[in-house]
Design a protein around this ligand. Structure first.
Ligand SMILES: [Zn+2]
Ligand SMILES: [Zn+2]
Length: 361
């Protein structure tokens, strides 16, 4: 599916995207991408910082919801958490990116209000798909009710109106006491294809995943750090499996759907659209990922069970953790992006020294 032809889409190519977002975020030098040959031309100057001097973070990732299917506010899930998917990304220039709007979005909204006070909040929201567990936090996201805040909602290969309806439909009568007219924040909706876009210096790519009604994985690359989210995906479709491996190539962090056990994926849950820790380790190894984060935990998997899955995964891929609410990953600044050339069709990516990541449960 190509870009909408009505002229309302602000991101017909990444250069336009940067124009559209300039003024709302700090600009990182970038020359954009050609929509024709899908080649990224960015200027890159390497500035290696001494670890002895203390590397600064360039991308912070925080998990606000990690549970799949439905919220599970139960004592037995206290460690990993019961809120459905929501991940916050912060770039070094302050840009706020939100991946999925499950019930974890509510707590993120409250934190943002405390952080910003009376200052306006600008956020770039990306949906993997519209299953309930990935949108149900929106009615409870308080910044949407504030005049002056701005949110830019993105989905891949959904027409703008469908995206708007999918997001706002859950608030029509009789499902919620107020409709979206109560939301005073500026809301814009963008239908993307799978071409890379530039959001305030972050190059964001996607690829389709095998899942009922469809889903996409996202790759966010900024300031030398690479984050990939691949949730709600079932292995076994060669085209999808290959596409995901290309997208995840060389990622610092891969967040992956590990809802089921390998036995369930092969047996009773075959065709349900989810994956396991075992497939996660395969993707991580084949795509040269640095750290694997198991995500979208099954509602019936309590803390000890999930911990057992993580331990099994560690035997095959040592750098793996289970996603937990409140967990943060900070990727250090080792390079300042100025120039490099990436063929989107290839697996090449920037290389260079990378520092330690930190985790806080
Ligand atoms: Zn889900
Ligand atoms: Zn789903």
């Amino acid at each position: 599916m190509g870009w909408p032809v009505d002229g309302h889409h602000p991101y017909p190519n990444p250069s336009r995207a940067e124009q559209a977002t300039s003024g709302q975020c700090s600009r990182v030098p970038a020359d954009g991408m050609s929509p024709v040959n899908r080649v990224i031309l960015i200027t890159k100057a390497r500035i290696f910082r001494s670890r002895a001097q203390g590397a600064q973070w360039t991308m912070k990732i925080k998990f606000w919801g990690v549970r799949g299917s439905t919220p599970t506010p139960e004592r037995r899930n206290a460690r990993y958490g019961g809120n459905t998917p929501c991940i916050e990304i912060r770039l070094a220039n302050g840009t706020l990116i939100i991946l999925d709007c499950g019930s974890g979005l509510r707590a993120l909204g409250k934190r943002l209000l405390r952080e910003f006070g009376h200052n306006p909040i600008n956020g770039y929201v990306f949906f993997t798909h519209f299953h309930w567990d990935h949108i149900q936090g929106i009615p409870f996201f308080l910044p949407l009710y504030r005049e002056g805040d701005s949110f830019f909602f993105h989905a891949v290969q959904r027409k703008e109106e469908e995206l708007k309806r999918a997001i706002e439909g859950q608030m029509v009568s009789p499902y919620f006491p107020v409709d979206t007219s109560a939301m005073q924040a500026l809301r814009n909706f963008y239908d993307l294809d799978t071409s890379p876009i530039n959001i305030c210096g972050a190059i964001i790519k996607s690829t389709p995943l095998y899942h009922p009604q469809g889903c996409v994985a996202y790759r966010i690359e900024a300031d030398g750090a690479v984050f990939v989210l691949a949730t709600d995906t079932e292995p076994g479709s060669p085209a999808h499996d290959s596409g995901l491996r290309d997208l995840a190539e060389g990622a610092d962090v891969l967040v992956y759907d590990a809802q089921y056990t390998p036995e369930q994926v092969r047996g009773e849950k075959k065709g349900w659209g989810h994956s396991s820790w075992l497939e996660g380790t395969r993707v991580a190894l084949e795509s040269h990922v640095r750290q694997l984060v198991l995500f979208h935990h099954d509602p019936d998997h309590d803390d000890p069970f999930i911990e057992g899955l993580v331990q099994k995964a560690r035997r095959l891929f040592p750098d793996v953790v289970g996603a937990a609410e409140g967990m943060e990953v900070s990727l250090p600044e080792v390079e300042l992006v100025r120039t490099f050339k990436v063929s989107v069709a290839s697996r090449s990516r920037s290389s260079g020294a990378r520092g330690q990541r930190t985790h806080a449960l």
